[in-house]
Structures are given as structure tokens and as C-alpha cells.
Design a protein around this ligand. Structure first.
Ligand SMILES: Nc1ncnc2c1ncn2[C@@H]1O[C@H](COP(=O)(O)OP(=O)(O)OP(=O)(O)O)[C@@H](O)[C@H]1O
Ligand SMILES: [Mg+2]
Length: 295
């Protein structure tokens, strides 16, 4: 296997920011470059080793969605490496196929989550109090069951610590009614579009997380879109209500972690080779299906 790209440094420019997966680089006043590395994180910790090719896969998947969703404005300015400016154009081994040039926005500090099925933190909350992020759900739902309608369950983007589900009222307090309703509408619409597209390729899009930002006073879609890092992708053929679904996404890593003694509160040890290979395969499979879907 090729070496994973986990750390990017070039002498000509100083990066603006390094996230768990992406690094941001300056372009000009209004634009920046986002490069998706091969880093993988779980429970907010980055693993010391990466998944070779993961960044390329994530970047390609997001670009395909952005390009095919004319109903929503997004941050992309250039996704073709051949048109990138120097110094980035001098480093194809670091930036090619894994970077985009985007509009710099004022990020909205909430994760906009849409759920069509009940699982994960939503399932946990539902079992405790019958609701998720303040949305009351019908009683008697089973694990992984499809919801009667898509719900909007925002979460805080915590600088330190884990993100927390919050009610829509918290968004209204910070962003106002109008923009909150707009976010909800865009989140549900984009999720439902993605879900209906993916269904044709045998994938259930159980839930997904979007990020938005303000650009010239307008709310636009930023960051990554409907990737296996930001979404739950289930195998439609193996789906059964009441059972933990077979997934193509990061859940595979989380399930592996549950078999290890890691406490999720300290830097983790490297992922074993077989888990790295398996994860690369799952991500690759998703990319192939999405590519075919848009063909
Ligand atoms: N167009 C944009 N304008 C402003 N910020 C953006 C834009 N697109 C993405 N971002 C931000 O760039 C960063 C991408 O890095 P990455 O996805 O690795 O972050 P992360 O570790 O998941 O999360 P965090 O957002 O908590 O740093 C995120 O902080 C994201 O909010
Ligand atoms: Mg992110």
C-alpha cells in the first residue's frame, strides 16, 4: 500500500488551521485551500497512522455532491488541481485530487444534522427520554428504524471536548429565527436528496452532518458533504430493523475500538494494518458506488 499523507508542511506558506482531517491554507483575501489528509479520527482523537487514499476519497465524494446539487449554494471555487496557483501547484504529491479552493466563510458554529433513522447518539437519547435534540418521537421505535419524517438535530461544534446535541431553540437564540429555519430546511432537503440518490446504489443514508457558513451575507454549504466521515452509510441489502446495521463508514473503526482497551480519553495507539486495509476498502467501495450513481 502507498504511504498515507498524514502531515503536510510546505516551506512557502504557513497553514491557517489544522483540523482533525483537513488542513487549511491561504490563497487570497477571499479564498483558501482545503486539503483532505489521510488522517482518521474517532471520539475526537486522531490516530497516529492514517488510511492511505482516504483524503482523496473524501475530497472526490464531496466534490461530486457539490457539483451535482445545483439547488444549494456551496463554497467551491476550483476543484481541478491543474488550475491551482503556486506554490500548491508545485506539490502534486501533497495536493492533487485531495484539495479544493473555496470561499472563506464565517462558519456557523453548529453541526447541522439530519436523521432519517434512529441510531447512535440519537438512539441513546431516544431510549433515555423519547426525544432527540428536543424533537419528540413516536414511542416504540426499534434500533435503526426509519423515522416517520426526517428530523433536524443540531449539535454544538465544541472547541474542546465532544459535540453536544442541542435543541433548535439554542440556534434561534444565536442565529435568529429566519436563519435557523433556513438551516433546517437546507439540511433536510440536502439529506433527502442524498438519501434518494444513494438508495439507487444500495445504500441507506441513515444520517448526515452538514456545516454552513456566511459569505456576503448569504448562508452557503461548506466543508465536506455526505462522506463516510460525516454520515452513516448502511448496506441496504443487509438492513434489518432492530439490528445493528452493516455499514460502509467510520462505524467500522468504532466497532473495532470497542474490542480494544482504549479509554477514548487519551491519545490512541495506531490502528492495526488489517483495520487500515479494511477501512480503505470500505471507503473505496462508497466512492465507486457514488461515482457510478452520477454516471
Ligand atoms: N468554506 C469554509 N469557510 C470556513 N471554514 C471552513 C470552510 N470549509 C471548511 N471549514 C472548516 O475547516 C475545518 C476543516 O477541518 P476538519 O474537517 O479536519 O475539522 P474537524 O477537526 O473535523 O473539526 P473542527 O471544525 O472542530 O475543527 C473545519 O473547522 C471546518 O469547519
Ligand atoms: Mg470536519
Amino acid at each position: 500500500m502507498m504511504n498515507p499523507v498524514v502531515k503536510i508542511d510546505i516551506p512557502e506558506v504557513k497553514k491557517l488551521y489544522s483540523g482533525k482531517v483537513r488542513d487549511l491554507y491561504p490563497v487570497d483575501e477571499e479564498h483558501m485551500l482545503i486539503v483532505s489528509t489521510d488522517r482518521i479520527s474517532a471520539f475526537d482523537y486522531i490516530f497516529p497512522n492514517g488510511i492511505p487514499g482516504k483524503g482523496v476519497i473524501l475530497n472526490t465524494i464531496s466534490s461530486l455532491w457539490f457539483k451535482n446539487m445545483s439547488f444549494i449554494k456551496n463554497h467551491i471555487v476550483e476543484d481541478n488541481f491543474s488550475n491551482f496557483p503556486a506554490p500548491y501547484s508545485n506539490y502534486p504529491e501533497l495536493f492533487k485530487d485531495r484539495s479544493v479552493i473555496v470561499k472563506k466563510t464565517k462558519r456557523i458554529d453548529f453541526e447541522c444534522v439530519a436523521r432519517g433513522y434512529i441510531i447512535g447518539s440519537g438512539w441513546k437519547e431516544y431510549k433515555e427520554n423519547g426525544s432527540v435534540s428536543g424533537v419528540t418521537l413516536p414511542s416504540g421505535l426499534k434500533m435503526a428504524e426509519k423515522l416517520p419524517e426526517t428530523i433536524f438535530t443540531p449539535a454544538t461544534k465544541a472547541d474542546i471536548g465532544h459535540d453536544m446535541n442541542v435543541s433548535i431553540d439554542i440556534l434561534k437564540e444565536t442565529l435568529g429565527n429566519k436563519d435557523t429555519e433556513l438551516l433546517k430546511e437546507m439540511t433536510i432537503k440536502t439529506y433527502e436528496y442524498g438519501r434518494s440518490m444513494l438508495e439507487k446504489t444500495g445504500i441507506i443514508l441513515a444520517d448526515t452532518k452538514f456545516e454552513f457558513g456566511y459569505y456576503n451575507g448569504e448562508i452557503i454549504l461548506i466543508d465536506e458533504v455526505m462522506t463516510p466521515d460525516s454520515s452513516r452509510f448502511w448496506d441496504l441489502q443487509k438492513y434489518e430493523v432492530g439490528k445493528s446495521p452493516v455499514s460502509f463508514d467510520k462505524q467500522f473503526i468504532r466497532d473495532y475500538i470497542d474490542t480494544t482497551p482504549w479509554d477514548k480519553n487519551s491519545p490512541p495507539t495506531p490502528l492495526p494494518e488489517e483495520i487500515v486495509i479494511k477501512t480503505a476498502e470500505k471507503y473505496g467501495e462508497i466512492l465507486d458506488r457514488i461515482k457510478n450513481m452520477f454516471n
